[in-house]
Design a protein around this ligand. Sequence first.
Ligand code: TXA
Ligand code: MG
Length: 352
Amino acid sequence: MKETAILKADNSARRAKAVSVAAKIIRRGGIVAFPTETVYGLGADALNPKAVRKIFRAKRRPFDDPLIVHISNVRRLHDLAERVDVRTKILAERFWPGPLTLVLKKSKIVPKITTAGLGTVAVRMPSHKTALMLMEEAGCPIAAPSANLFGKPSPTSAGHVKHDLGGRIDAIIDGGKTRIGVESTVLDVTGKTPVLLRPGGIALEQLEKVIGKIKVHPLVKSMAKKGSKGPAARSPGMKYRHYAPKAEVIVVLGKKARGGVIRLIGKSDAMNVGVISGTGKGFRAGLVKKIGKNPKKAAHEIYSALREFDLPQNAHIKKIFVDGSMLSDEKGLGLAVKNRLFRAAARVVHAN
Ligand code: TXA
Ligand code: MG
């Protein structure tokens, strides 16, 4: 156990102080959680293999799951990637800083451990001011996966990080709740046609408007079973079942999803089931969490809703039914929310 410092960044003076302390830790090879616009990240100097190893250890993340390297200046991209083509430049110019991660052929300076031995590196420039300041002051690119224990929902508040990693990391910069709530979009631009590996904060249709047709990796819309190898997981993280609370998650999709959930509750021991839905109204169950009626609101709330079911006082909840009626189209953040629910789910059913 180590002491995890909580560094408040709720005004500009405190933010400057927090960043200065955190940057020092990173420069010395330590690990610090920090806010981004998507979710909290757990950062270390991306070019220091010993520091990066600490991230995997703290999260209990398998060493075959590569990290995203965060930068605060596009010039860095040219150090990290072997080649930056025109298409990549256009994407970076249009969407950075922001929730887009680009997978490129890696240069020699990126240590093997950071990319889990792959020949590619994932790079993103976040738009959160604190994250950008931290990189500037640390003076290095920062490798950062989401700051949760492996398999748990990504953290959207400093409290979530503390719950999972308190005593395992050097510090947490507390910048409040994150704005978007789901992770960045991961796009592989190493081939002729770009491939969407993970839907996220930037919508597929926004990307296609700028660079044309994108292939969607088949695992994006399918369920990943725990530990299964899956069909050629291009992004190693895709093959794992993620974000899953202890209770079994059953996602109900379709126009009549709400009715479907009510029927499922009827067949269960109502006080020992939970519900996640848009408005949360009209369900009689042990715990009902509302996440908002549109995909953007749902993205913001989904991870903290899933986490709540793992709190000790909710240990009696054995099943969680998700009313997925707000996911009828996959536009905007809809595809990302659906993908995360699929990853948390034991089953997906349709109620049409
Ligand atoms: O929004 C985000 O992206 C957050 C914040 C902290 O920036 N980070 C994040 O990192 O979600 P992480 O490690 O939880 O998810 C990174 C995903 C994983 O699925 C990983 O397999 C994939 O990106 N990835 C990383 N490097 C890759 C590479 N070289 N090729 C393919 N996929 C890669
Ligand atoms: Mg993650």
